[in-house]
Write a protein that binds this ligand. Sequence first.
Ligand SMILES: [Zn+2]
Length: 490
Amino acid sequence: MLEPARPLTPAATPGAAREGAQARAIAARAPDEFPHASARAGQSFDASQTSRPAWLGFAVLIALLLVALYPSFALSSTEIASTRMWPAKEYTRVTIESAARIRYSVFSVPAPDRIVLDLEGVAANPHIDALPGKVSPDDPYVKSIRVGRFKPTVLRIVFDLKDGARAEAFALPPVGSYGHRLVIDIYPLKPIDPLMALVQESERKRDATAAAADSSADTTATVRTTPVSIDPAAGAQPRAVPGTIEARPIVIAIDAGHGGEDPGAIGPNGTQEKDVTLAISYKLRDLINAEPGIRAFLTRDGDYFVPLGTRVQKARRVQADLFVSIHADAFIKPHARGSSVFALSERGATSAAAQWLAKRENDADLIGGVNLDVRDPYLKQTLLDLSQTAQINDSLKLGRSVLGEIGEVNTLHKSAVEQAGFAVLKAPDIPSILVETAFITNPSEERRLGSDAYQSRMAAAILGGLKRYLAANPPLARGPRLAQSATAER
Ligand SMILES: [Zn+2]
């Protein structure tokens, strides 16, 4: 099953020298990636023998002796319970889950680029053997995975990388239904810039618009294509979005809740919140992009985990005018039903239920798995508890507009916009709301959430609310604040 062991190539270029003494030391110690791979093959050879040669008994004796020599390994071997892969353009995550914490070491080896992960005291089992088969052909960063025994006590996993990737490994303690998790995140060397993604999306949209040669512009569209005025006192440069037309479009950040390791709430029939939120977000994106002068930006556009702070950071990076987080949660009472809209609260919550829900949503980072060691210091700055009174007032207005529209599609759980300390709503300069489209834990609402028609109606209602808000609060009035945020950005 294993491909022939490939010798580790010593660092050949000065640039590769920083790959670390550890990698070279291991290379010197072990010329093969899997020196014990042949021993594994030998086991299957044993099993297929019909007539046993005399030396075989001796070999079995040696094998038994080896096990006796490694009693700690034999007794404390950690069982892998599950392996998962979440490939995405932003990064690819590999998760190895086990009942006990795994001792591991990780290093990279150049030419060809590989990440080598050594797991101590881990026995090969079907879960770990299944990992190589989980590599998607269109994974942006991982070409293939090989698993083999490096030493009797060390299981080695080699990630063969595509060009320009780097890895971070970290352990997560048990949370929710998960046991211990060892996470390997494989990032592009040059991080994906959300602004670039938006520009590309804009160019696609412009091409489509040109092709359609649509001349039907309504009055609200005229408002929306008004360029944002720049406050000269703030000393800000005009918003320079390369490749866009001079009229600045209104940018709506759509935040599909949960994703990847974090499924969100799960309905009685197994519908996962993360899938519903993404489906509605895609529909909302398409509706928004079909409107003149307005453009959608998705904080996640696939099934992968995005930390809450990163969602806010991305929206700020593209200077989003509005932020809408889409959810479909569980609730304290399983038969709770209806839609709700939430805004940020600086202190406290408007109800115990809102507080409970905010706690649940904020736990997404624990479940999805954030590497606290490499958290962007810039991110902490973004989430400073600045006074957000103006943002909250705007968010409440936005929330009321959206609530009014979705009340036509579903019963409302609460007729007023509720408030609590949702981490994802903390952009200090972007009116931000969180829409609970329905309760996935309610069997009839779970059915609706899974239906294409309901998802479309919900997306259309949210768009209606956004447009209603924008018509009453054109972005022109928010120019100076945008300019300030642009200077604060860098
Ligand atoms: Zn949620």
